[in-house]
Design a protein around this ligand. Structure first.
Ligand SMILES: [Zn+2]
Length: 516
């Protein structure tokens, strides 16, 4: 007797094979049979007319704090996402060092996680709504050892290696960097290679938000590939994009460099979200040097007219590529302020809040007032987004964070937007390939070998969706809209979305490397 059978669906295996019409049986959290006349089951869902596929794997997410929200959070399940790779862009909720006072460490209410393992345990106990597999972040580890200082203290690199080792022993699936953010931006290549070598010993993956996604793109990609090659580690090049008008058309350069890396023996892949705008901290506009020593030091620099001017010269220097902040890739009309303590500027474009100031001065004033402000920046060319999307080396990852407060629509709609707008309506790739890009492509890259595919023996993370209605109507103005088309979602064989409605159950787990 099976626990559950999905009958009559269009079955996709997640590897890109042509679909078949068949039933899928599930018992004890595993797929036990795919075919017809599978025998009796305790429960049956008729999936005739629906696509049945492996649960989606979000290659790039920032849901690290989501399990600690008071209510269950189905925003990813409504998109079909059953597993998210978290801890991206160099930031994970542990390890932290309370002795580093101005750390900007991730704090969750009163909780601070001294170790990565403590975080995993606490998140597991809090009860995620879908599975999470976590990377340990370079920025986080560096902050625990050196705060916001440029130079590591004596023995600092060894201490960082120990923290990375501890994280992998606790179950990290990879190591991430965010080299456009401080203090990660202060690291040289040798530091990254040393840390990636520790990750390599545990079979981890190196995911990097590289040092530039604009005019320093080529050098930044070369650095990412060099780190991976030197450490002998798989490379996940995060949120592939050519950002800023100066590099529109550079998608082919990205794709060629990824392909060339593979030809030379580096297991390089990437991910992308299907939007033309990115979202990040407003602070990332500044050259990294502006933030050395922490927030108060940054405020003092921006408040001093001479230092403010010299930082502007660095930020706007046309002769430097990577490592100078994001300022040169945005125009004031591209920058939409998403969150700021001043409600008068929230939701508006930088160009609309100048009040007679030069854009740089307005930026500095906004950051002095609120160093934690966020933005959405409309900097990508549609042709680049489409060519990156069509490439088989690139999977789909939302880059979305917590579903609370002002947001980018990617948090709520990445996967339905990809499948509806880009696959069904625009035919960028066919459906079997699209499903591969949201399932096995990422699961394999992060060592989640029993997920991301549909077949006997795989974990029964499954989705059934209506290919005619899958989509997301969210916008930059109103992102928090429930997607359409997701009918059933199973997590380890347990239905968590039934007929489009969330059951309310927190059935997610922290997926730890090397453990079932
Ligand atoms: Zn990033």
């Amino acid at each position: 007797m099976h626990d559950l059978i999905l009958t009559g669906g269009e079955i996709h295996d997640g590897f890109g094979s042509a679909p078949i019409t068949a039933d899928v049986a599930v018992t004890n959290g595993r797929i036990t049979a795919v075919g017809t006349d599978l025998g009796p089951a305790r429960r049956t869902f008729d999936t005739t007319g629906l696509v049945v596929a492996p649960g989606f794997v979000d290659a790039h997410s920032h849901s690290d704090k989501v399990p600690f929200l008071p209510d269950p959070q189905p925003f990813k399940l409504f998109q079909g996402v059953t597993t998210e790779i978290i801890g991206n862009c160099g930031f994970s909720p542990g390890p932290t060092n309370p002795a580093v006072t101005e750390s900007g460490a991730v704090t969750l209410g009163k909780q601070e996680f001294r170790t990565f393992g403590e975080y995993l345990d606490a998140a597991e106990a809090a009860g995620p709504s879908n599975h999470l597999a976590a990377l340990v972040g370079h920025n986080t580890v560096r902050m625990a050892v050196a705060g916001m200082e440029l130079e590591l203290p004596p023995g600092g690199l060894d201490r960082m290696c120990d923290l990375i080792e501890e994280a992998f022993a606790a179950g990290a699936v990879g190591f991430s960097s965010g080299l456009e953010y401080v203090p990660g931006a202060y690291a040289d290549r040798a530091e990254l290679i040393a840390l990636a070598r520790v990750a390599r010993r545990y079979g981890g993956t190196y995911a990097t938000h590289s040092r530039s996604e604009s005019e320093g793109l080529a050098d930044a990609l070369d650095e990412a590939v060099d780190v991976a090659r030197s450490a002998g580690i798989r490379l996940q090049y995060s949120h592939c994009k050519a950002s800023g008008r100066a590099v529109h058309g550079s998608s082919l350069l990205i794709l060629e460099k990824l392909a060339a890396a593979r030809r030379s023996g580096v297991d390089a892949k990437g991910d992308q979200y299907p939007y033309q705008a990115f979202a990040t901290d407003l602070l990332a506009m500044l050259p990294p040097a502006a933030c050395e020593g922490g927030v108060e030091a940054m405020r003092a620099r921006l408040s001093d007219p001479a230092t403010r001017a010299s930082l502007q010269a660095v930020a706007e220097n046309p002769h430097t590529g990577m490592g100078v902040g994001l300022w040169r890739e945005v125009h004031p009309e591209d920058v939409q302020i998403l969150r700021h303590t001043d409600p008068a500027v929230t939701g508006r474009r930088l160009a609309q809040v100048l009040n007679g100031r030069k854009p740089w001065d307005a930026l500095c004033d906004l950051l002095i007032a609120d160093p934690h402000a966020n933005t959405v920046c409309h900097t990508m060319d549609e042709g680049d987004v489409l060519s990156i999307m069509a490439d088989p080396l690139v999977a789909i990852g939302s880059d979305g964070g917590s579903p609370v407060g002002p947001n980018h629509p990617r948090a709520f709609g990445t996967f339905p937007t990809f499948l509806g707008t880009y696959v069904r309506d625009r035919g960028v790739v066919d459906l079997p390939e699209a499903i591969r890009k949201v399932s096995s492509a990422t699961a394999g890259q992060f060592g989640l070998t029993d997920r991301g595919w549909l077949g006997r023996g795989a974990a029964a993370d499954l989705v059934a969706f209506d290919p005619a209605t899958i989509g997301h109507a969210g916008t930059y103005e109103r992102p928090d809209v429930r997607p359409t088309g997701m009918v059933h979602v199973l997590l380890d064989g347990e239905p968590v979305i039934i007929d489009g409605e969330f059951t309310g159950a927190r059935r997610g787990r922290m997926l730890r490397s090397g453990r079932p």
